[in-house]
Design a binder for this molecule. Structure first.
Ligand code: COI
Length: 356
């Protein structure tokens, strides 16, 4: 994402939790980074617990060139969103799930992590401090990006002696530029995102660097993104670079079983529950390219992406289209159910919403 200079007046009267909106073009938000007012920082040494964090003005951070995250990739990202409702409330969607996922990832990456309560409190504090950056209802959301990194110095390969937990936020609109219009995916047959026993199931930063080459090459050919296959059999569907995949066939909705190589998305998990509550049969299983190409509808889910319909899949140069335009009925139904919940427009019967 490109870094833009915010078109914002940084008057102190509006920078500290005031509900006055930042002065930006709310009608044209994309998924690009806009610097906001505050970030949250919390540190701990090896063998300690994370204790107390603080809000700081958003800005560059200082890291030793020898930091574990810079040299050996000891880092995790998270992503969640805050929405403003028409009555002025700010809602978070399942933040404790991100806190739990961060803890699992930290265990895999030999890092210490904040408790789930510390995580959720830090998210709340950061959002409130940046309240004027939460888009008005219907214009987008505030993307919240927690990071956990090995910030201490290491030269030989070892876990860093100090960890930093940081949260920054940015107002965002659609991840794929045309919003709900169907995306075109290419099945990646040369490289793989994850291997059994590797780190595909945790949100470590290296997973994202590893997919850039395939993604960039697919984008250069006009595709929106790539879909990965498993690295052992080279035939089972895994995930797209930044989101999970779903297939609709009649009343059955299927998604690849996570099995250690796929990121267990929180939107993925939520869509499974929402679909079941709407009467669909949902299966988590191994799925082949043939099953994908035979689908009635295909869509992807993720925090950044939300829920996005897939219009076509290209496999070894052959393109299969699901719909020439528009959104499938089931995809639309799930999209509406999910977004209404996230925006506080539907009853929160699953208790997923945290109101600030
Ligand atoms: C998210 O969906 O929140 C992610 O972290 C994916 C990222 C590539 C934007």
């Amino acid at each position: 994402a490109s870094v833009k200079t915010p078109a914002v007046q940084m008057s102190s009267a509006v920078s500290n939790g005031s509900s006055a909106l930042a002065d930006i073009d709310w009608d044209n938000l994309g998924f690009t980074f806009l610097p906001t007012d505050y970030m949250y920082v919390m540190k701990c040494g090896h063998g300690e617990n994370f204790a107390k964090g603080e809000l700081k003005r958003f800005g560059n951070i200082e890291l030793s060139p020898c930091a574990g995250v810079l040299n050996y990739g000891q880092g995790l990202v998270e992503g969640l969103k805050a929405y403003k409702t028409t009555d002025g409330n700010i809602l978070l969607f399942r933040p404790e799930e991100n806190g739990m996922r961060l803890r699992l990832g930290a265990e895999r990456m030999c890092m210490l992590s904040p408790s789930v309560d510390q995580f959720v409190e830090a998210v709340k504090d950061t959002v409130l401090a940046n309240e004027r950056w939460v888009p008005p209802p219907g214009k987008g959301s505030l993307y919240i990006r927690p990071l956990l990194m090995g910030s201490g110095s290491v030269l030989s390969l070892a876990p860093a002696p100090e960890f930093t937990f940081l949260i920054y936020v940015s107002p965002v609109g659609n991840y794929f530029k045309d919003g709900l219009s169907p995306i075109d995916l290419m099945v990646e047959t040369e490289t793989h995102r994850a291997t059994p026993g590797g780190t595909g199931c945790v949100k470590t930063i290296g997973n994202y660097a590893a997919v850039l080459k395939a993604q960039s090459s697919a984008k250069a050919k006009g595709y929106s993104d790539v879909l990965y296959l498993d690295s052992v059999h080279k035939k089972y569907l895994e995930e797209v670079t930044s989101c999970n995949l779903f297939i609709v066939k009649g009343n059955v909705i299927s998604t690849p079983a996570t099995e250690g190589t796929i990121l267990p998305g929180i939107t993925r998990k939520s869509i499974i529950d929402v679909a079941r509550s709407l009467g669909f049969q949902v299966e988590e299983q191994r799925l082949t390219v043939d099953e994908l190409l035979d689908a009635d509808e295909v869509f992807v889910t993720g925090t950044a992406v939300g829920l996005s319909p897939v219009g076509s899949i290209t496999y070894f140069g052959k393109r299969t289209s699901f719909r020439s335009s528009g959104v499938g009925v089931v995809t639309q139904q799930l999209y509406t159910a999910l977004t209404r919940l996230q925006m506080g427009l539907a009853e929160d019967s699953m208790n997923w919403i945290v109101k600030l």
